[in-house]
Design a protein around this ligand. Structure first.
Ligand code: NOJ
Length: 735
């Protein structure tokens, strides 16, 4: 009976981009150009030897001396290279490709993620802006710098959804939410492409859900959850035109993705209709041996190709084994041809061939350092998240009196980056100390003590001096930093507290009794429960990049109001993770009482929820209205709400819309983000913010991963975080 009420709708035709998405600035070649590309690829493939075909699937990393690799390119046995950064080397490789028999150009790729020369805040900070346009601008700037050198592909964006801050790679993504993650995935793809690079959306799929938060570890994910939570950003990246997708290292439900035909071919290529290149991750084909699904490299090559991995990144598996396997009939020629076709098609689409039907690749004009810096500053300004601000401790004003700035990180002129581009000198960076000095130094005393021997506070340096500065001041600003090398790849943490002696320093400063502003540089959510109790204000600065310390001083002094919101939940303790606002309800809803979902030794709620972030003003929400009380499965509804700046300063608020389906065939999340908009409001100003939802936006996926729009009641919540309490509801009906 119930099943009759469940309506399976194939949503392909109804699929909508997030409301704020705009069409890709680098549209795919026209239909006519596509047809011509197909013809050209067929003609080219007809002239290729088996060795030349396999060369197109070969994707080694630069190795010195590189003359051997140049010779192999000339022989047509290397079709793509990674980690070539020096323009002289880049030219040498493309020249070698032009000197090969068929003159097929190379894909030349690096990890140009949040930096080429000027370092931007790390991508999790981009998401904290809740302004996809800023992420697009940042990606474009990075790509424009990178493309000038001759590189044509970036291994970005990383769009893995993760609810586990122990996993170090959360720094590279947009956090825990598929809707926010999709908006940023699309924006980043658009930006890098607009800046002249092809993109690699990575890592398909489930890499962000490793058990225990341990990098490379396996994930158990049902098809329903895979489609609800982990696949949406990939769909967004494909819609935005990503040319390539990188497969993830890990196992999903016991099968390594690199050998997983169900995920790579059946889902990514066939169901999602991805027509570009699927590449392995670094040495991932070789590592199928470590996974225990291949006895040797030859078997690993066969399994990866059969799964649908087109490019072999650095394993030498295809190079060494595909030719003999094909000649022995162990690998169908059609599988090799299908992979080669994808590689050549992408190269034509990118305009790498001189006769590319859609036009030859144009590298955008060079961009001035000033404009890259301005964009980096703009992103940083909006990325800082003010978690707490008791008694309006921030911003620092003349009334704040003498300020003691403490922490070696405040002296850092290194941009503190993880994953900088190889071989380039770091750009000039203003320190937080200098940036604050130039803003408040003329009106009040700014005392300074390093306190720590290093920016990440691994050991003390003149702790007594730091305490003396605190005693002499009216306000203490303590800068703590999570060591950059403990974020990123292979940087999972079992502990999410402050590293080194930073917690000890905070304890000692708290004893002094002056109000403390805690500035936290971090690549992930931290468990700051004890720390926040000891301080009046907490500002999360992420790793803010070259312009970040200047932007931070602007925000700390109120020149710019903070407007970031958390893209990921901050837990109270490590034991709570994985944790998300979007968990499913349970038989015993978490109330904090015994025999309800939670812990006997910890509250069930997070320290700071997804979407949280304060400004220097306050906002009030009122008049939540839905345009219609009911909508059919093909209907749309407008939800509007008034938001008012009720404080005395101008500010930006991120208005967030959440829904919850009350009764369905499967438990639906407690809340799901369905819309957001950042609005600027002057003191006293009121604005009406409108969101349009299609019923299709409320779909979830069944056990087979098929989208379902199930009629029923949906609650709506609108406000400034995932705990928003202004509530309404509407019905979705069958017809
Ligand atoms: C391994 C990482 O997982 C991937 O994200 C990166 O692009 C490659 N290494 C290449 O550097």
């Amino acid at each position: 009976m119930r099943s009759r009420l469940i309506l399976l709708i194939l949503l392909a035709s109804l699929a909508t981009l997030p409301a704020h998405a705009t069409p890709s600035p680098s549209p795919a070649p026209s239909r006519a150009a596509e047809a011509e590309i197909a013809t050209k690829v067929s003609a080219l493939m007809a002239r290729m030897t088996l060795a030349e075909k396999i060369g197109q699937l070969n994707f080694p990393s630069l190795a010195f001396p590189y003359e051997d690799q140049l010779a192999t390119v000339r022989q047509g046995r290397i079709g793509n290279m990674l980690n070539v950064v020096n323009p002289v080397h880049l030219r040498a490789f493309q020249d070698a490709a032009r000197a090969s028999r068929l003159k097929i150009p190379l894909l030349l790729a690096i990890d140009a993620i949040h930096a080429f020369h000027i370092t931007f805040p790390t991508p999790i900070a981009w998401a904290a802006t809740w302004r996809p346009q800023l992420a697009q601008d940042a990606a474009e700037m990075i790509a424009r710098q990178t493309a000038q050198n001759g590189i044509n592909l970036t291994f970005a964006p990383m769009i893995d959804i993760s609810r586990d801050p122990r996993w170090g790679r959360v720094i590279e993504g947009a956090g825990e939410d598929p809707f926010l993650g999709s908006a940023f995935a699309a924006a980043r793809v658009r930006g890098y492409r607009k800046g002249g690079l092809a993109t690699a959306a990575k890592h398909f799929v489930g890499y962000g859900a490793p058990e225990g938060g341990r990098d490379y570890n396996g994930a158990q994910i049902s098809l329903s959850e895979l489609f609800d939570r982990y696949i949406p950003p990939f769909e967004a990246a494909i819609d935005a035109g990503t040319e390539t997708v990188m497969a993830s290292f890990n196992t999903v439900n016991g099968v390594p993705v690199t050998a997983n035909r169900a995920l790579i071919t059946d889902i990514l290529k066939e169901r999602l209709g991805f027509e570009g290149i699927v590449m392995s991750d670094f040495a991932a084909i070789y590592e199928l041996i470590n996974h225990g699904v291949a006895g040797d490299l030859a078997e690993a090559a066969r399994k990866a190709l059969n799964a649908g991995i087109d490019l072999d990144m650095t394993s030498k598996a295809y190079e060494r084994h595909l030719e003999s396997a094909a000649r022995a009939g162990e690998v169908p020629a059609a599988e090799i041809d299908a992979a080669v076709r994808r590689v050549l098609t992408v190269k034509y689409r990118m305009g790498l061939f001189p006769d590319s039907p859609g036009g030859v690749r144009k590298i955008p004009s060079p961009v001035s350092e000033a404009s890259v810096r301005a964009t980096a500053r703009a992103v940083a300004r909006e990325s800082f998240v003010l978690l707490k601000n008791d008694g309006a401790t921030l911003p620092i004003t003349p009334q704040s009196g003498t300020v003691a700035l403490i922490g070696a990180a405040a002296l850092a002129t290194s941009d503190h980056s993880w994953y900088g581009p190889a071989g380039l000198k770091k750009p000039e960076t203003e320190s937080l100390r200098d940036a604050l000095e130039s803003r408040i130094g003329t009106t009040q005393d700014l005392l300074f003590a390093e306190g720590f021997a290093d920016p990440c506070g691994l050991s003390f340096k003149d702790k007594a001096g730091a305490l003396a500065a605190a005693r002499a001041a009216n306000l203490v600003v303590l800068v703590v930093a999570e060591d950059c090398i403990i974020s990123g790849e292979a940087a999972s943490r079992a502990d999410l507290g402050l590293t080194g002696v930073q917690g000890e320093m905070l304890d000692a400063l708290a004893e002094v009794g002056k109000p403390i502003v805690l500035v936290v540089e971090t690549g992930r959510p931290l468990a700051l429960t004890e720390a926040v109790e000891k301080v009046a204000a907490v500002m999360v600065a992420w790793h803010p990049g070259t312009e970040g310390r200047t932007a931070l001083a602007e925000v700390l002094t109120g020149e710019v109001a903070p407007s970031g919101k958390l893209p990921m939940t901050f837990p109270r303790s490590v034991g709570q993770v994985p944790i998300s606002y979007g968990d499913l309800p349970t038989s015993r809803p978490a109330t904090g009482d015994r025999y309800t979902t939670g812990y006997v030794d910890e509250k069930p709620t997070p320290l700071y929820p997804f979407g949280h972030g304060l400004s220097y003003t306050t906002f009030a929400y009122s008049d939540l209205k839905t345009s219609v009380p009911t909508m059919a499965r093909n209907g749309r509804i407008e939800i509007r709400v008034d938001v008012t700046n009720t404080g005395t300063r101008a500010g930006h608020e991120v208005v967030q819309l959440y829904t919850r389906q009350l009764v369905a065939a499967r438990s639906r999340p407690l809340r799901e983000l369905k819309g957001f908009e950042k609005v600027a409001l002057k003191p006293g100003q009121r604005r009406t913010v409108r969101f349009t939802l299609a019923a299709a936006d409320l779909a979830y996926h069944d056990d087979e991963g098929r989208p379902v729009i199930e009629p029923g009641t949906f609650d709506v919540f609108v406000g400034g975080s995932s705990t928003a309490d202004l509530e309404g509801s509407f019905e979705v009906t069958e017809d």
